[in-house]
Design a protein around this ligand. Structure first.
Ligand SMILES: [Zn+2]
Length: 283
């Protein structure tokens, strides 16, 4: 499931093909994904120029010259493919239409953007750009972890007296946007904090210390995504999925990567989701 760094990688991959360019033709091959598509979506997209492509949490937002914004969510298995363009020395012809190609955007400049989603947990919606922040999927989301509103004071405030485990608190999208299971496990390992600890019982100093670690872990993954983008372009034009070496995620029984620790990675289930951590160096 794509998390914030993967979505950011997809956004960056789409930029050269989409930003500043007109959608010459939008083709919508079904009526819904996870939710129904907005009415007349193909008509409303066709002819619009993409003024900007931004990300909010795990959503990509394309602001259009028509005053509307297209929201894209990859869900569990959504994939974005670019074809028909020369990127660097590589040229991609349009592949034959495939099963699960739900939305196709033919861009000015010759690129074709295909949204393919086998499991259909993805979503697309359209709204007035001026009302994007209050869209029902976006209005309750907390600050961006890489933005200024997410800082030490803010996080210690939000953790105060909170009775939930620290892992659940970091997964709470109202506290911070876009963090998912994988990166929360990585962050807590790097911070040396046991994921089962009660958020409100952790010393303020240690809570504050989570902020730079969260930024660091996400930035590293975004950079890894950037290099994979170049690799994927060379492969087939698919954006956003990359092999990333996690320190604890999905590494049950592996030796803890913390220098001098010697512990092994444990797996427990919290709120129905797997948590990976080292009981020796995470306290
Ligand atoms: Zn350890």
């Amino acid at each position: 499931m794509p998390e914030l760094p993967e979505v950011e990688t997809v956004r960056r991959g789409l930029l050269p093909a989409m930003e500043g360019r007109v959608i010459n033709r939008a083709t919508v091959n079904r009526q819904d994904l996870r939710f129904p598509f907005p009415e007349r979506m193909a008509d409303r997209l066709t002819g619009a120029r993409v003024l900007g492509l931004r990300r909010r949490s795990k959503y990509i937002l394309a602001d259009l010259s028509t005053g509307e914004t297209l929201l894209i969510h990859l869900g569990m298995s959504g994939r974005m493919l670019i074809s028909g363009v020369t990127l660097g020395e590589f040229h991609y012809d349009h592949p034959a239409p495939a099963k699960h190609d739900h939305v196709v955007l033919d861009m000015e400049g010759g690129a074709r953007i295909t949204f393919n989603d086998a499991r259909r947990f993805g979503a697309m919606d359209m709204m007035e750009t001026a009302e994007a922040d209050t869209h029902w999927l976006l209005r309750d989301i907390g600050p961006e972890p890489l933005g200024n509103a997410f800082n030490e004071d803010y996080l210690t405030q939000r953790f105060r007296r909170r009775k939930t485990p620290v892992k659940s608190a970091l997964l709470d999208q109202k506290i911070v946007a876009g963090l998912g299971n994988i990166y929360v496990c990585e962050v807590l390992h790097r911070a040396g904090i046991d994921p089962r600890r009660t958020a409100g019982a952790i010393a303020q100093r240690r809570v504050a210390g989570l902020v730079p670690i969260i930024r660091e872990v996400l930035q590293e993954a975004i950079e890894a995504g950037g290099s994979s983008l170049r690799d994927y372009r060379q492969a087939d034009g698919e954006l956003g999925y990359f092999q990333h070496n996690f320190r604890v995620y999905d590494r049950e029984n592996a030796l803890c990567p913390t220098e001098g620790c010697g512990g092994r990675i444990s797996r427990v289930v919290q709120s129905g989701r797997a948590t990976f951590f080292c009981a020796r160096c995470q306290r």
